[in-house]
Design a protein around this ligand. Structure first.
Ligand code: FE2
Ligand code: FE2
Length: 339
């Protein structure tokens, strides 16, 4: 049994079997077509978690003080078995754009990425649960940053940046009543950098909790692959290259390794060209073969659109491999929503 399975059981407080709530994965073509009932069920769980977290954020934004932390956690827990059994569907959702409820979508995505990546860690189940809760609530303190700063469509001034940087302390303050020191420490340390140039405390590598380093890497990856009002997004492949280039300055080596194992060298949503010159979108990854994802082939070798996407698992296919990752613009018109 994997550690993630243990986490599901512990978080539920009961020993229910995963299979009782997790139907078998559908055929990949069904995932691509979007007609599958399971995709809709998972999407519904995902959107519910976003909504419950948005409720908590709204409570804080509106001066309501400490929000109901149980409802978002209960909703997010519903995603735990999905991370184990249907991660490709969930990671596909994580890769989608969002234009509203930015902190809530971002936080649920960071929750999914962090929990998935942490399955390779050896910490105790209690620590896993605390990490999952820290990921869920890591930006709750943004609700105490003035709205006019959070919604700005240009780079922030130094004074505004200083206000934003208070959000990790704000969050730890909001969660202090739960009496979980590790939870608060992970929130506080989620923007610390291994070279000591992070915030709020400027901690160095050895003083940052390993789980906070993982949270930082997953948080950064999620932010890089999504648009914000003030910045463009990078492709998932470019985002992983960016995280890799930050190892030793921003990020710890182990945190990068865990994230890479979780999302792959060509994460879901990456547009790639195969050695056959067919252009494709990554729809799944294999933790054992990071360079050989499963893809939906969108064009023929001549660049002409196929009438329907063709699925190919490169880990099972000899002779066909990813020649290069494409920047979005190269396949903008041909990109598909994998649902
Ligand atoms: Fe943050
Ligand atoms: Fe964040």
């Amino acid at each position: 049994m994997t550690k993630l399975s243990n986490l599901v059981k512990k978080a539920d407080g009961e020993s229910r079997e995963l299979s009782a709530t997790s139907p078998a994965p559908p055929p990949t073509r069904a995932i691509i077509s979007g007609s599958n009932e399971q995709v809709q069920q998972i999407r519904s769980l995902y959107e519910t978690a976003v909504d419950r977290l948005e409720d908590a954020l709204s409570t804080v934004r509106n001066g309501g003080g400490t929000p109901d932390f149980d409802a978002p956690w209960a909703a997010a827990q519903q995603l735990l078995p999905v991370i184990e059994t249907s991660k490709r569907i969930l990671l596909g959702l994580v890769a989608r754009d969002y234009n509203e409820k930015t902190v809530a979508y971002h936080s649920i995505n960071v929750f999914v990425l962090t929990v998935h990546a942490a399955d390779g860690l050896s910490q105790s189940t209690d620590e896993q649960i605390t990490l999952a809760r820290a990921a869920l609530y890591h930006d709750i303190g943004m609700a105490l940053v003035p709205n006019e700063i959070v919604g700005k469509k240009r780079a922030l001034s130094a004074a505004e940046e200083a206000e934003v940087r208070k959000h990790s302390d704000h969050g730890a303050g909001l969660l202090a009543g739960l009496g979980n020191d590790l939870l608060c420490a992970l929130l506080k340390q989620s923007h610390e950098r291994v070279d000591g140039k992070g915030y709020p405390a400027g901690l160095h590598d050895q003083d940052i909790h390993p789980l906070a380093k993982l949270l930082h890497a997953a948080d950064s990856y999620e932010a890089i692959v999504h648009r914000r009002a003030y910045k463009f997004r990078l492709s998932p492949y470019e985002a992983m290259k960016t995280i890799k280039s930050g190892v030793g300055t921003h990020f710890g080596q182990e945190a990068f390794r865990l994230l890479l194992k979780a999302v792959g060298a060509f994460p879901i949503g990456t547009l790639v060209e195969l050695n056959t010159r067919e252009r494709s979108k990554v729809v799944d990854n294999n933790a054992e073969q990071l360079l050989r994802p499963a893809v939906a082939i969108l064009t023929g070798p001549d660049g002409a659109d196929l009438p329907a996407a063709r699925f190919l698992d490169l880990s099972e296919s000899t002779g066909v491999y990813v020649a290069r990752a494409l920047v979005d613009e190269e396949l903008q018109e041909k990109s598909i929503d994998i649902f």
